[in-house]
Design a binder for this molecule. Structure first.
Ligand code: F0G
Length: 458
């Protein structure tokens, strides 16, 4: 008999969380203008707003915190991180930054010019933001399967080679400095990209002199999916798979708050000396000297250890199993979720969940609020509020997918928390027909409205 799955760690320190009542939560969410970003963390029982910087560090990482060398230049902690990044990626140059978007800011300052076109697989918001801020254009070349939550595809984060070819054919080649492969693809639902796809995209780009940059926030989880789902990788270690993946690219940016297993940190790694030299100048201006880039020595030490821990097969198996367990349990209850389940989060399909609420009244946001009121769970809307208004017509944009993301922090919640989450969703799903109305906006910012929007119940 095969023994059941269990976590490959035990708990040495606990953080109490307050279990509030429905009455308290109704009051708090009203005071927060029905915006989950406005809640205080003490008003939340299970916080699934993001898996970014919210994970638990290991005893070995905390030991590195005590060993942190806070020298301004050339610290031992930097040396440890420098060795780890180069060992894992195989790239020649490393620049630290304080988080993922800071790494983007530095690298894109060196690589993106006005009028440039940067194709990729559903660029993350900040990535797209840093391209558009420089008057460049991010073109999404993700495969169509990614937009249907019911279609099974083992690598829904893949880039469509025909779409990419068409971008190359229809634009001056000197306007396409690089392409971004986001592993796993957050915007498409934490969906992985296959090695075969990475290889083919890289070959096509290299034929045209286009560089390939990875957005590697969740690259270890992507490598775990490659090992489990792709022929030829079953017997390779995660680190070997990662090394092969990086060999098809020219560099990477990474939010270390995900697969770096730390609460704050970012990475740039590169092979090109000229781009590196250029980026170093921007790093010194925006982030700090090149041997700390906005991070404390102790944080760099913890990250050096975290990067290796995130490549450990048992850790990844337990991480991905937990997320899959939650998603599959919900699917069993009939709750409409994005399939297959992504690496870091379960996505609820609000159009299928609450079609009784008019779409003008923000289905996904309504569902996220209900989940908070009923169970104290904080999730995040990835739907109409996030999609914002059309810059010209100022009409609401209704995206193809109206989702609620339940992002699972790493090594933080237990199996019982997953059972609680699934049961809470079943309860809401069973009474979904009673949901007839949603929310209306009473105040919003001209851009990025989702963070500060104020809503009222209809
Ligand atoms: N790239 C991806 C794929 C991300 O998911 C994120 C952040 C970033 C870049 C930016 O990194 O936050 O360290 O500046 N994603 C978080 C999330 C915020 O909730 O998905 P950052």
């Amino acid at each position: 008999m095969q023994l059941p799955y269990a976590e490959p760690y035990r708990i040495k320190m606990v953080e109490p969380i307050y279990q509030s009542t429905i009455e308290e939560r109704k009051k708090w969410i009203k005071e927060a203008h029905y915006n989950l970003f406005n809640l205080k963390s003490d008003q939340v029982y299970i916080d699934l707003l993001t898996d970014s910087g919210t994970g638990a560090m290991s005893d070995r990482q905390w030991a590195e915190v005590m060993l942190g060398d806070e020298s301004y230049a050339g610290s031992r902690s930097f040396q440890k991180l420098d060795n780890a990044v180069k060992d894992i990626t195989g790239y020649k140059y490393f620049i630290p930054s304080h988080q993922g978007r800071a790494a983007e800011n530095v690298l894109f300052s060196a690589m993106v010019k006005e009028g440039d076109i940067i194709p990729g697989n559903s660029h993350f918001d900040t990535t797209k933001g840093h391209i558009e801020f420089r008057k460049g254009q991010a073109i999404d070349c993700t495969i169509d399967e990614a937009y249907d939550t019911d279609v099974y595809h083992p690598f829904k984060g893949n880039i469509d080679l025909k779409k990419l070819q068409s971008v190359i054919d229809n634009n001056p080649i000197d306007k396409i400095p690089f392409l971004i492969i986001t592993v796993t693809c957050n915007t498409a639902g934490g969906q992985p990209v296959s090695m075969q796809n990475i290889k083919a995209v890289s070959a096509l780009c290299r034929r045209h002199g286009i560089k390939v940059i990875f957005d590697a926030a969740r690259y270890a989880e992507n490598c775990f999916f490659i090992k489990g789902r792709e022929d030829g990788y079953k017997d390779k270690t995660i680190q070997e798979i990662a090394r092969e993946m990086y060999s098809y690219g020219d560099g990477m940016t990474m939010s270390a708050k995900k697969d770096g297993l730390v609460n704050m940190g970012g990475i740039i790694a590169l092979n090109d000396e000229d781009i590196y030299n250029n980026a170093v100048t921007f790093n010194i201006m925006y982030e700090g000297f090149v041997t700390y880039g906005g991070m404390s020595g102790r944080d760099m030490g913890a990250l050096a250890v975290g990067l290796y821990e995130a490549l450990d097969y048992d850790y990844l198996a337990s991480r991905i199993t937990q997320v899959q367990y939650l998603g599959e349990k919900m699917a069993e209850f009939g709750v409409p979720v994005q399939k297959p389940i992504g690496g870091h989060a379960v996505y609820l399909d609000a159009n299928k969940f609450v079609p009784t609420i008019p779409k003008e009244e923000f289905r996904a946001q309504s569902l996220a609020i209900e989940l908070y009121i009923i169970a104290g769970i904080r999730s995040v809307e990835i739907g109409t509020i996030l999609a914002d208004r059309d810059p010209v017509t100022r009409e609401n944009r209704y995206p193809e997918l109206e989702l609620v993301r339940l992002a699972i922090p790493r090594r933080t919640y237990t199996h019982n928390h997953m059972e609680y989450l699934a049961a809470a969703l079943k309860r809401i799903y069973d009474t979904r027909h009673e949901a007839k109305s949603g929310y209306r906006i009473v105040w919003e910012a001209p851009i990025m409205r989702h963070f500060t929007v104020k809503l009222d119940k209809i």
